[in-house]
Design a protein around this ligand. Structure first.
Ligand SMILES: [Zn+2]
Length: 165
């Protein structure tokens, strides 16, 4: 086998894939998904998708894991960083109206748990509440602020078309 093929095979085996078990908002359908991951936003790429939804729509933990960080960011407003149990991936939620009662850092959650509600905090238009959602592959240090962005569009498309919801 040529060396390049062996390297390809090794990458295939070793690259983890995010596997959310629940959609990030209640009642999400494939028709609501729009791939804006590569869209330019200012001088950078969006590196996330925006899911338009009425203010107050319940936001769900997509995997079993840990609330790694609750952070108030100027652009993102109220945000959540959710680590999966393997600390392979971090799931990021922004523009949240508010957190679910009692939500706190270090808390263990199960997929499908309500963790927050859709809103327009941060730099989102008050007339267009939405969930800004993305996935990061965590580095070896497992820092909530460091990771490689992964496009959530195909991941959520697969989840919804698998008919698990
Ligand atoms: Zn966004």
């Amino acid at each position: 086998m040529p060396a390049s093929m062996m390297i390809g095979l090794w990458l295939f085996i070793s690259t983890p894939v995010p596997r959310p078990m629940s959609p990030p908002i209640e009642g999400l359908t494939i028709g609501q998904l729009l791939d804006t991951f590569h869209q330019p936003r200012g001088s950078a790429q969006h590196e996330a998708i925006d899911i338009m939804a009425p203010r107050g729509t319940p936001v769900h933990a997509v995997v079993d894991g840990t609330i790694a960080k609750l952070f108030l960011s100027k652009p993102g407003g109220n945000t959540i960083y959710l680590f999966d149990r393997q600390t392979a991936f971090c799931y990021y939620y922004a523009h949240l109206d508010r957190y679910a009662a009692g939500l706190h850092e270090g808390m263990q959650v199960s997929h499908g748990d309500i963790v927050a509600y859709v809103g327009s905090t941060g730099n989102a238009s008050p007339n267009a509440p939405h969930l800004h959602f993305t996935i990061f592959e965590l580095g070896p240090e497992k820092h909530w602020w460091q990771g490689t962005p992964v496009n959530p569009y195909p991941v959520l498309f697969d989840l919804l078309s698998a008919g698990r919801h």
